[in-house]
Design a protein around this ligand. Structure first.
Ligand code: IMP
Ligand code: MG
Length: 172
């Protein structure tokens, strides 16, 4: 398996992230945000999105791993590093790379909701709605894609290809 066809160029990523930043800025005007990045996948998106938002904000992140290698999630989520910030009473925006089955995010939403934020929303760079197994949809979405397995811009295949500055489909 290797990265093949580029489905979203670096230029399109940059343009769309600027738009998302403006949308988020407008929605949170007069408030402060805590961006909670779900690492490692959201690392690069978090860095670029944060710089496209112009309300006061803090960064925090969780490092999670879905059990197992390869291209299928099992739904079991392991928290390798938890948040530092106290989210009680804060406006929290979860920043994730991709929503596929939705199982990871469902788990994290419940986990973060239990910390009693003032508000909780989801921003994902990519969305594969056709693969969904639980009822979850993002408040902000960069791009909707088909059910193919993609890499680049933070997304990996067995931990490789996160550094690619575009989104490509894995091919034989
Ligand atoms: P979900 O729990 O199935 O929604 O997906 C959880 C995680 O699987 C995502 O946050 C990604 O880290 C990973 N994932 C899902 N689809 C892809 C893909 O197409 N490429 C790379 N990682 C993916
Ligand atoms: Mg991920």
């Amino acid at each position: 398996m290797k990265p093949g066809k580029i489905i979203i160029s670096g230029e399109r990523l940059n343009g769309r992230i600027k738009e998302l930043g403006q949308e988020i800025t407008a929605d949170y005007l007069g408030r402060e945000l805590v961006l909670v990045g779900i690492l490692k996948g959201a690392l690069i998106f978090l860095a670029d999105l944060a710089r496209a938002i112009s309300v006061p904000l803090q960064f925090d992140y969780m490092v999670v791993s879905s059990y197992g290698a390869g291209t299928e999630t099992t739904g079991a989520v392991k928290i390798l590093k938890d948040l530092d910030a106290d989210l009680n009473g804060r406006h929290v925006l979860i920043v994730d790379d991709i929503i596929d089955t939705g199982l990871t995010l469902k788990y994290l939403l419940e986990n973060i909701q239990a910390r009693q934020p003032a508000s909780l929303r989801i921003c994902t760079l990519l969305d594969k709605p056709s693969r969904r197994r639980v009822d979850i949809s993002p408040d902000y979405r960069g791009f909707t894609i088909d059910s193919e397995f993609v890499v680049g811009y933070g997304l990996d295949y067995n931990q490789y290809y996160r550094e690619l500055p575009y989104i490509a489909v894995m091919e034989e």
